[in-house]
Design a protein around this ligand. Structure first.
Ligand code: DTR
Ligand code: CA
Ligand code: ZN
Ligand code: ZN
Length: 457
């Protein structure tokens, strides 16, 4: 039954809409496509709860290469601003951690920075958990974030770090609710001997280790003279990657030089199923490989391996794009993802301008027809168009006036727009009532407006 609720736009429940897409694309022969509620672009009605999708019915998204390269560009700038590298114990590494962490925090992940010491310097692992999923079945994906001291480490391993980051952000954009719990990791001090990942595994209690159903590793996945190698460790994981590439008509090879040479090794050593992708380092591409993959035979897959020329130009976009999409395919497939069983979505599209360096403004959203309190994982989707988003402080204000900080100002964040989904434990708040998004611009110059925001119960 449709109820007219002033100020609230009807959302054709994401699940139903996606179900229609997925079923039409994947399961049309098996079942009539679900009919998504019509998009009533302006008529304000409240959406009704929709059935959750079967996990495997959802296709993994395409990972936009441009987004992955934007992360690489940021990492390159960080190296340039910090002595030319992002190595363990150097400022460039910690700056890399902070960049990745900022993106994940804004996207609703629960992040943890794990410190360790190696070669007299402090190292950092960044762990990001996506709320939800079976805590007893944890699917991990990871990449080492450190470079060698001689260069920026764009292929080794900005490529893997950026692909894993963008896949995590795609999970957030999709509001994925996999059967398994998703955990992502960016390792420190891999170049010193897998130090960060070893530290993580060694300090993971055995009861926690047994919950890790698999670890996917991505170290060098954009090599300029690319090969397409799949780790031959866990057969299910291996087959998942091979299936993906078969879909592209690309024949892969088993990664033979890698045992023990990257961050999957500590996981494998304690019996956790592992897998991953690799596009090649200093080994030489054969004529047969060049025949099937393109590129240049008689040359290394990555001539700039561990060299100062491992810069932004040392990336093969096609390989990086394919491998990034393969990361997402494996995460979606191996975690049996599904969209959030969208209860009800309340959204307002009313623009509210934000005065430059001035008083806070609010955008109000009336929730009604619900019973009891809001959930422990209330999703707050925010779309604020604003240059230099570091000026902005953003709060969710419950009907009783309780404020929940969603985003702090950060003078260094010069990127545009705040388009993110935050997860708030609002279980102490009555659901019905006037919720507000409060935004204040606390920095001079740069202006913008609240474009839209939504609450998903
Ligand atoms: N040790 C990795 C590069 C590397 C070399 N061979 C493999 C095989 C599989 C994964 C990674 C690698 C590094 O220098 O970071
Ligand atoms: Ca892509
Ligand atoms: Zn390396
Ligand atoms: Zn590496």
């Amino acid at each position: 039954m449709k109820i007219t609720v002033p100020g609230v736009r009807h959302i054709p429940t994401r699940t139903a809409a996606v179900a229609a897409l997925a079923l039409a694309g994947l399961l049309a022969a098996a079942a009539p496509a679900a009919t998504a509620a019509p998009v009533t672009s302006q008529r304000p009605v409240r959406s009704a709860p929709a059935p959750a999708l079967e996990a495997s019915a959802l296709a993994a998204p395409d990972i936009p290469l441009a987004n992955v390269k934007a992360h690489l560009t940021q990492l390159s700038s960080i190296a340039a601003a910090n002595g030319g590298n992002r190595a363990h114990g150097r400022a460039g590494y910690l700056a890399s951690v902070n960049y990745v962490k900022g993106k994940l925090d804004a996207a609703g992940f629960t992040t943890t920075v794990q410190q360790f010491t190696s070669s007299g310097a402090t190292g950092y692992n960044l762990i990001a958990d996506w709320p939800g999923g079976d805590p007893n079945q944890v699917l991990m994906s990871g990449a080492h974030l450190d470079s060698v001291t001689s260069g920026a480490g764009m292929n080794d391993n900005g490529s893997g770090s950026s692909a894993v980051l963008e896949t995590a952000l795609a999970v957030s954009r999709a509001q994925l609710q996999p059967t398994k719990h998703l955990r992502f990791a960016w390792w420190g001090a891999e170049e010193l001997g897998l130090i960060g990942s070893k530290y993580y595994v060694n300090n993971l209690p055995s009861a926690e280790r047994s919950k890790v159903s698999g670890y996917l590793n991505f170290d060098m996945i954009g090599s300029p003279n690319a090969g397409y190698f799949v780790y031959d460790d866990d057969p299910t994981i291996e087959q998942t990657f091979k299936d993906y590439y078969a879909g592209l008509g690309i024949s892969t090879e088993i990664e033979t030089e890698g045992d023990g040479r990257s961050d999957h090794a500590p996981f494998k050593n304690v019996g956790i199923p592992v897998g991953g992708l690799f596009s090649g380092a200093d080994y030489i591409k054969t004529a047969a490989q060049a025949q099937k993959w393109g590129g240049t035979s008689g040359q290394a897959f990555d001539r700039c391996y561990h060299s100062s020329c491992d810069s932004l130009t040392n990336i093969n976009d096609t390989a990086l794009d394919r491998n990034s999409d393969a990361v997402a395919y494996a995460v979606w497939t191996l975690s049996a993802g599904s969209t959030i069983p969208s209860g009800e979505v309340f959204e307002t599209l009313t623009d509210v301008s934000i005065p430059d360096n001035g008083a806070a403004v609010t955008s109000s959203l009336t929730v009604s027809g619900r019973t009891g309190n809001a959930p422990t994982a209330l999703k707050v989707g925010v779309d604020i168009k604003h240059t230099w988003r570091g000026d902005l402080v953003v709060d969710l204000v419950a009907p009783d006036g309780t404020a929940y900080r969603l985003k702090n100002s950060s003078s260094g964040d010069s990127a545009d727009n705040v388009i993110a989904t935050y997860t708030v434990n609002a279980s102490s708040e009555v659901a019905n009532g006037a919720w507000k998004l409060r935004v204040q611009d606390v920095g001079a110059q740069d202006t913008g407006y609240i474009d839209s925001w939504r609450l998903t119960f």
